[in-house]
Design a protein around this ligand. Structure first.
Ligand code: HEM
Length: 482
């Protein structure tokens, strides 16, 4: 074969290859029908607008404007990635139900840096399932029935019995004192009020601020740097507790398996020290910050709705009165189940207060939904608060109206304060018990008013800028035990 013939064959093969590749890629990748939206600035995208502080009882200006302009599903560039934001209740459910198949959790790197790579929010796949099972065992329904209601009761009383008539206090601080003490006791057997418990609580405050910091930059003075420092202080503390337990075993003392979470993981699992540290740290964090803000929100909402206060009092006086007849003192699971109107108040608080606004996911495959394409690899942000404030789904959504949850309305597919699917909040039942028992003692013993016009804002975590100052008056003749 001559050189020119060879060259001709070579060039025609290349040309054929180009044509085939062109046809193939054209066929394989038809043009995508992305939802409408704008990508914002290079790198930053629209992240600054998305994270701008707003009043917690609204969706915020950014979200409202974007929904008005683009509809309930829109594209953007957030947290450094192209993203699809979904305020559509149906799509949000679809995303949560397809965890691990079409979508998976994908939180910003800053969160993994502070919570740790073994934290449950960051884990996916089999490792997530294993850690979740451990947490569910710790928080299991059966345990809540037999032990936890009683223990929650004790910790609520510890906090509420310290309130003085006519005093002013930070309701958010008090709610945090209760939820932190409770988790610290159940995870590591720390006693409320002890110096080590108080120091650990203080570390958690700066830890929390770093978790949500917009710029996860490890530079002096940044919230992220402070959070990393708090992380290492907290880890040293937990490690010391683990060493204490190991020494006890060396000295021939058997660890009581169900004593606390730390004992349980040491005796029942093969987790490495690093995994145990991240698990303990994130459960302690996840288990107190969210439920304390939920309790603060109840304290904030109730004074504006005297009728709900009255109905709550009637419900709880009845529970106490019937207990007195049988000589029972401590609250039980059966008492909790009788708190029907209280559950309406809990639902309404979670609906209107929206403790968790949105969750972070990414698409594992190209997904088509209602004619829109969600490309594989894109960030997906289901905004679970949007359905809760949608007038099409909840009549007069800005009104605090616990009665909307009565009767057949007690469940709604559009109500997702604890997420859903295989990542549904592992502590949802515990959180509800904590809220209900707190309300029980609060409503029976105090009246209160909110001072200084404090109200909740989204930073993006929900917080009261002044700590929700309240003035309390002792209310009833039903005395708290000392
Ligand atoms: C009112 C209080 C609470 C709210 C609103 C809340 C909300 C949520 C939400 C929305 C998720 C889903 C996150 C996602 O899908 O990416 C979640 C997950 C989780 N929550 Fe809660 N939570 C609360 C209280 C608690 C408590 C008391 C605990 C106890 C330790 C807890 C432990 C967890 C854990 C371990 C996960 C991760 C579950 C998993 O990935 O499988 N939460 N929570």
């Amino acid at each position: 074969m001559s050189d020119s013939h060879l060259t001709f064959c070579f060039l025609s093969s290349i040309l054929a290859l180009i044509v085939i590749t062109f046809i193939f890629t054209k066929r394989k990748k038809p043009s995508l029908n992305l939802p409408p939206g704008q990508m914002g600035w290079p790198l930053l995208g629209e992240t600054i607008g998305y994270l701008k502080t707003y009043q917690a009882l609204t969706l915020g200006e950014f979200m409202e404007k974007h929904i008005a302009r683009y509809g309930t599903i829109y594209k953007s560039n957030l947290f450094g990635e192209p993203a699809i934001v979904s305020t559509d209740a149906g799509l949000n459910r679809f995303i949560m139900q397809n965890e691990g198949k079409l979508f998976e959790a994908s939180y910003p790197k800053s969160l993994g840096g502070v919570l740790g790579k073994w934290s449950m929010l960051v884990l996916v796949g089999d490792m997530h399932r294993d850690m979740r099972n451990i947490s569910l065992n710790f928080l299991s329904y059966a345990k809540i029935r037999t032990h936890l209601v009683k223990d929650v009761d004790k910790h609520v009383l510890h906090v509420l019995s310290s309130w003085k008539h006519n005093s002013t206090l930070s309701a958010q601080g008090e709610a945090r004192r209760f939820t932190f003490n409770f988790m610290a006791k159940h995870i590591m057997s720390l006693d409320p009020g002890k110096l080590e418990t108080e120091q650990l609580k203080t570390e958690y405050v700066s830890f929390m601020k770093g978790i949500v910091s917009l710029a996860p930059v490890n530079l002096p003075g940044t919230a992220y740097r402070k959070a990393l420092k708090s992380r290492s202080t907290i880890l040293k503390f937990i490690e010391a507790k683990m060493e204490e337990r190991a020494k006890r075993v060396q000295n021939g003392d058997a660890l009581e398996e169900d004593h606390d979470l730390l004992n349980w993981v040491l005796t029942h699992t093969n987790l490495s020290n690093e995994q145990i540290l991240d698990l303990v740290l994130s459960l302690l964090f996840g288990g107190h910050e969210t439920s304390s803000i939920a309790i603060a929100l109840v304290i904030y909402f109730l004074p504006s709705c005297p009728r709900a206060m009255q109905q709550l009092r009637e419900e709880h006086v009845e529970i106490v009165t019937s207990k007195k007849k049988t000589g029972e003192v401590e609250l039980t699971w059966d008492d909790y189940k009788k708190m029907e109107f209280t559950h309406c108040v809990l639902n309404e608080t979670l609906r209107l207060g929206n403790v968790v606004r949105y969750i972070h996911r990414k698409a594992l495959k190209d997904v088509r939904y209602k004619g829109y394409d969600i490309p594989c690899g894109w960030k997906v942000l289901p905004v679970i608060s949007a359905a809760h404030l949608d007038p099409e789904l909840f009549d007069q959504p800005n009104q605090f109206n616990p009665w909307r949850w009565q009767g057949n309305n007690s469940k709604s597919d559009n109500f997702m304060p604890f997420g859903g699917g295989s990542r549904l909040c592992a502590g949802s039942e515990l959180a509800k018990v904590e809220m209900a028992v707190f309300i029980h003692h609060l409503i029976l013993n105090y009246n209160w008013e909110v001072l200084d016009g404090d109200e909740p804002f989204v930073y993006p975590y929900v917080d009261f800028p002044k700590g929700l100052p309240i003035k309390v008056q002792s209310y009833s003749s039903i005395k708290l035990p000392n």
